[in-house]
Ligand binder design. Structure first.
Ligand code: ZN
Length: 285
């Protein structure tokens, strides 16, 4: 199934244009918003699998879509998780769990947005598969990891490279957490919807020019491996978001380097999920 955060309410989609309000359809048992759905995910999924829609009561307006998990308690992001991207970044591919950092939750938005470019910054693109946790995970082996995932979505790990890389040691959290730097959407797709949820094509283009194209089967640490590795240290909570890493083709790894300019439009897409669109403007003076 596909679930949208539409107007801050959980909607079970019947197409990309319409769906059913989950709170109304379940007679108040689930929802009304996405966070309450994740807190009771297993019961909700069981109900939804047996649910037959009496007819759509919501028309989807993309401008009203929010992040499929709008209030995660934790956002994890993974660096250097595709070998070609590690190479273009000047690092060896990781053998242990790759670098883990956070994108602060205030940077999180829905799928279609206008983003202000930080003044004097070098803002870069990183299309990423995003996983949303549906069940508390602590010390979960990889073989059981998918059962802890509510679903998948498209994310952009927008990154301002000057503040990310300056100083005595690189820091990722702030350079990747400017306002609007964590768009996610357009909706959540449950893992059972994919023929193989570990092998999806993803990519992005800027003003129509393709910049990144890869497959999630090339992830060095797959979603199950990430959940196993992360949950050895931290407890993953329902609604938590994991940005799983980006394939090759980012601007900082190009020769010459290239960054996003005001007026440009970035479209990021993943097979079987959909696309998200960011348009960039200069910082307000
Ligand atoms: Zn990233």
């Amino acid at each position: 199934m596909r679930i949208a955060n539409h107007n801050s309410r959980a909607v079970l989609l019947t197409s990309e244009e319409a769906g059913v309000d989950i709170h109304a359809a379940s007679e108040g048992r689930f929802g009304p918003d996405l966070p309450s759905l994740y807190n009771d995910w297993e019961a909700f999924a069981a109900w939804a699998n047996g649910f037959t829609s009496p007819g759509d009561d919501v028309v989807i307006n993309r401008a009203q879509l929010g992040s499929p998990s709008p209030a995660p308690r934790q956002i994890f992001a993974i660096g250097l998780n595709y070998s070609e991207h590690a190479k273009e970044s000047g690092f060896d591919a990781p053998e242990q769990l790759p670098p883990v950092f956070t994108k602060f939750v205030s940077a999180l938005t829905g799928p279609d947005t206008t983003v202000e470019l930080p003044d004097g910054g070098n803002t870069d693109w990183e299309v990423e598969l995003v996983a949303v946790i549906g069940k508390t995970a602590s010390n979960v082996p990889a073989a059981e990891a998918w059962a802890h995932v509510a679903g998948l979505s498209v994310g952009q790990d927008l990154s301002e490279r000057i503040s990310q890389l300056r100083g005595p040691a690189p820091q990722f959290g702030l350079g990747k957490s400017f306002a609007g730097f964590a768009p996610v959407g357009p909706w959540l797709v449950t893992p059972d919807e994919f023929e193989d949820p570990d092998d999806l094509e993803l990519g992005c283009s800027l003003d129509g020019e393709e910049l990144q194209k890869g497959r999630t089967s090339d992830l060095i640490f797959s979603i199950p491996a990430l959940i196993q590795g992360l949950s050895e240290t931290v407890t993953l909570l329902p609604g938590d978001i994991i940005f799983t890493g980006t394939p090759a083709g980012v601007g900082v790894g190009r020769s010459p380097q290239r960054f996003i300019r005001p007026g440009e439009t970035l479209i990021s897409r993943i097979e079987g999920i959909g696309e998200i669109t960011q348009t960039f403007v200069s910082a307000a003076q």
